[in-house]
Design a binder for this molecule. Structure first.
Ligand code: KIV
Length: 285
């Protein structure tokens, strides 16, 4: 670790909430993207199981395995010096038994993550959180729309849309806080509900489609860069059109090769005159 870089930790998150400083988080799945995000001063990088869609091309996050997460966690961690690296625990990696939960989370930590994130707040999940924290593993919660429950939720629906449901979300958030999570991602929750939840927790909330009053914000990197070819949710702001840049560059390469314009002299290696002459002599024999 370079001396002048102070890594962001769970304690930094806590301090930022106290000081009303916004926390920034983006997803990353590979070494170079993680490096650029880290160098840009973003506070935290999430190896989201959204990689099931953005990298692996599935329709949902359900297909992602612990082994998938380990590969991308290693790649991202290798590019990061400052940001807090959080790895998603994929579907079924923390729902079966305490033993499996701790082993799976431990493997993600041993691959370079500094914390893991899991979805929901059932009694079983709360027990897993407590055990992970007791084992020395930092945990981020995830409430609101929880993509791993897509089949039971039935679709991409906004959560906490009524007063009663907002109170239910807050109750779940408080239980997670009491169980030891150091932060909670709130996904697709009305701004006013997220504000109420945020103001009633002592740990920071990180919003995605949850409005401006959360303590921090997270988005999927492929969405903000305009790289993902699928639908983009309403809450995403696109900052670039990387898809167009990639398509243009790839088409130019294709056409250059087909038309004999690449490789040119600038991109080729040549023999010395002496060696070339010897070769030519061979041709002419
Ligand atoms: O998987 C993911 O990228 C996430 C974010 C959307 C919060 O969980």
């Amino acid at each position: 670790m370079e001396n002048n870089i102070k890594p962001v930790t769970s304690a930094t998150f806590q301090k930022m909430k106290k000081n009303n400083e916004k926390i920034t988080m983006l997803t990353a799945y590979d070494f170079s993207t993680a490096k650029y995000i880290d160098e840009s001063g973003v506070d935290s990088i999430l190896i989201g199981d959204s990689l099931g869609m953005t990298i692996l091309g599935y329709d949902t996050t359900i297909n992602v395995t612990v082994d998938d997460m380990l590969t991308f966690t290693k790649a991202v961690s290798n590019g990061v010096k400052r940001a807090l690296v959080v790895a998603d625990m994929p579907f079924l990696s923390y729902q079966v038994s305490m033993e499996q939960t701790v082993l799976n989370a431990g493997r993600l930590i041993q691959s370079g993550a500094k914390a893991v994130k899991l979805e929901g707040a059932s009694d079983f999940i709360l027990m897993q959180v407590k055990r992970l924290v007791e084992s020395g593993i930092n945990v981020v919660g995830h409430l609101g729309f929880t993509p791993q429950y897509i089949n039971t939720i039935g679709g991409y629906y906004i959560q906490g849309k009524s007063y009663e449901n907002t109170l239910k979300l807050l109750e779940a958030a408080k239980k997670l806080e009491d169980s030891g999570v150091f932060s909670i991602v709130l996904e697709m929750v009305p701004e006013e509900s997220a504000k109420y939840i945020t103001e009633n927790l002592s740990i920071p909330t990180i919003g995605i489609g949850a409005g401006k009053y959360c303590d921090g914000q997270v988005l999927v990197i492929d969405d903000i860069l305009g790289k993902y070819p699928g639908n983009i949710p309403k809450f995403v702001k696109r900052y670039a059109n990387v898809r167009e840049i990639m398509q243009k560059a790839i088409s130019e390469y294709n056409s250059d090769v087909k038309n004999g314009l690449f490789p040119d002299n600038e991109h080729s290696f040549n023999l010395t005159e002496k060696e070339k002459n010897k070769l030519e002599y061979c041709y002419n024999k």
